[in-house]
Design a binder for this molecule. Structure first.
Ligand SMILES: NC(=O)c1ccc[n+]([C@@H]2O[C@H](COP(=O)([O-])OP(=O)(O)OC[C@H]3O[C@@H](n4cnc5c(N)ncnc54)[C@H](O)[C@@H]3O)[C@@H](O)[C@H]2O)c1
Length: 451
């Protein structure tokens, strides 16, 4: 017999919410539900994260410790790696990683493992929502069959005739739009797209999210919701590639691309500025588009915009290193044997996240071409071993006028707000600026090489 629970149940103010994956996406979401008065349990496989959360500590720079402490104290939030406790939840939200594997294909092993860890504990009337970014079809083709191995059913259905299709549990997809470090738009202000495997699942997920975000945008299926997230990120990826390519042309033509973008941005309609940089970074933009291009192959379809944008953006770190070599050449120095300082390893300014950071690639190319280098990043006192890189021997060097002057060139790879760019230029022999961070510096401009 199908569950008695109606989608409207998720409008109640005292829900038990389980969040699986307490990272950049899951932890803020958990705290938001706690703030709205629900009882939240964070599930994670990382024992150290569980320990820190339960003692009220944060491991993400922009998430305040006192917020976690407050909700731990009030018993609105706690964390565990005991997945049997999933059976206590009314709603379960999945926020685990969706990276690419070594062949740059979707790695859905985290999502699959998570679905398998829910399945033995799945209860009638529970709502499960996948938030991890993925290709259209994942919720229905991967998550649903695993959950249905429990013997409980959630039929795929859409349209008016299925408004009240009977089911044992609810299943939906709702993409995360978290922008770490964005002070203007926090989780509560960003509208949330929601699509259910069937209409009751969609309504259940809408009711749940309406409690924590200002606006919920329902769509007709999980596939539409999955595709909407990819469209957002592909839009960014393609437009960044476009300005990166235009930057290279502008450099050759002696035109300042930043001035051009600012001028074009004065158009009050039909234009949105994107900015060039040393390459794509972050967990989303360099990764997500390839989820779609991979899936498109199943339909004999080639996503040419995505491939082209990938090609242009991937070439940018190489362009940066060529520009450094050329700048050194102007000073009668070779890249091989030069001593450089790289400023910023985070993938974008003011965040403690270096996933897919183009700086890591730039450092790898510099190493291959014989340069020696140090780095500074206030968010990373030291580096650790990563999937593709091992810079675990490196520590952030202190910035002082005396040390800056000892390098043949200083590379601004990430434009952190805390840097004093005028002082950096004053104290350095040569500054290669990949972010236009020195635009307001007036003195010693001849030392700056825009790149
Ligand atoms: N970071 C962002 O800004 C952002 C924005 C939008 C969407 N997303 C998407 O959200 C998803 C999560 O990204 P994130 O940045 O939060 O990742 P993250 O690496 O910061 O966090 C993931 C968490 O999941 C945990 N985890 C891994 N496997 C697990 C398992 N089997 N069971 C329980 N926990 C497990 C990890 O220990 C980690 O704490 C990804 O699909 C990503 O594409 C991220």
């Amino acid at each position: 017999m199908a569950t008695e629970r109606k989608p409207e149940f998720f409008k109640s103010s005292q829900l038990k919410v389980g969040i699986i994956g307490c990272g950049y996406v899951g932890l803020p979401l958990a705290l938001r539900f706690a703030e709205a008065g629900h009882r939240v349990t964070g599930f994670d496989t990382d024992a150290e994260k569980i320990r820190m959360l339960n003692s009220g500590k944060s491991y993400i720079e922009h998430i305040q410790q006192n917020k976690i402490q407050q909700y731990v104290n009030s018993r609105h939030f706690g964390a565990t790696n005991d997945f049997s406790r999933l059976s206590e939840a009314d709603a379960i939200i999945i926020c685990v990683p969706t990276p690419l594997n070594e062949y740059r294909e979707p790695d859905l092993s985290y999502v699959e493992k998570t679905a398998k860890s829910i399945q033995p504990h799945l209860q009638k009337g529970q709502l499960v929502v996948l938030e991890s970014t993925t290709y259209p079809g994942t919720t229905e083709e991967l998550v649903l069959p695993i959950l249905e191995k429990s013997g409980l059913r959630c039929p795929i259905a859409s349209g008016m005739t299925n408004e009240n299709v009977p089911e044992d549990f609810f299943l939906a997809f709702s993409p995360e739009r978290e922008d770490p470090g964005n002070k203007q738009y926090g989780l509560a202000q960003i509208p949330k797209v929601v699509g259910g495997v069937n209409p009751p699942s969609g309504r259940a997920a809408q009711a749940l999210y309406a409690q924590v975000v200002a606006k919920v945008i329902p769509v007709s299926s999980t596939r539409a919701a999955e595709m909407a997230k990819l469209l957002e990120n592909i839009f960014r990826c393609v437009n960044i590639a476009l300005v990166n390519e235009l930057k290279l042309l502008c450099q050759r033509m002696g035109v300042d691309v930043w001035e051009v973008i600012e001028a074009a941005s004065s158009k009050p309609f039909g234009f949105m500025p994107f900015y060039p940089g040393p390459g794509l970074g972050g967990h989303c933009i360099p990764v997500d588009p390839f989820y779609l291009s991979w899936k498109a192959r199943e339909y004999d379809f080639s996503t040419r915009f995505i491939e082209l944008a990938g090609e242009v953006n991937t070439a940018m770190p190489y362009h940066v290193v060529d520009a450094i070599a050329e700048a050194l050449n102007q000073h009668k120095k070779s890249l091989n044997g030069s001593k450089l300082l790289v400023l910023g390893v985070a993938y974008k300014k003011d965040v403690d996240d270096l996933r897919e950071s183009p700086t890591l690639k730039i450092m790898e190319i510099l190493q291959k071409r014989g340069a020696t280098f140090d780095y500074n990043d206030p968010y990373f006192p030291q580096l650790h071993k990563m999937r593709h890189y091992d810079y675990s021997h490196m520590k952030s060097v202190p910035l002082s006028p005396a040390t800056l002057g000892t390098y043949d060139a200083v590379i601004i790879a990430t434009d952190h707000s805390s840097y004093d760019y005028a002082q950096i230029v004053d104290s350095s022999k040569l500054v290669v600026d990949t972010r236009n961070a020195t635009r307001r510096v007036m003195r010693n401009r001849e030392r700056i090489v825009p790149c």
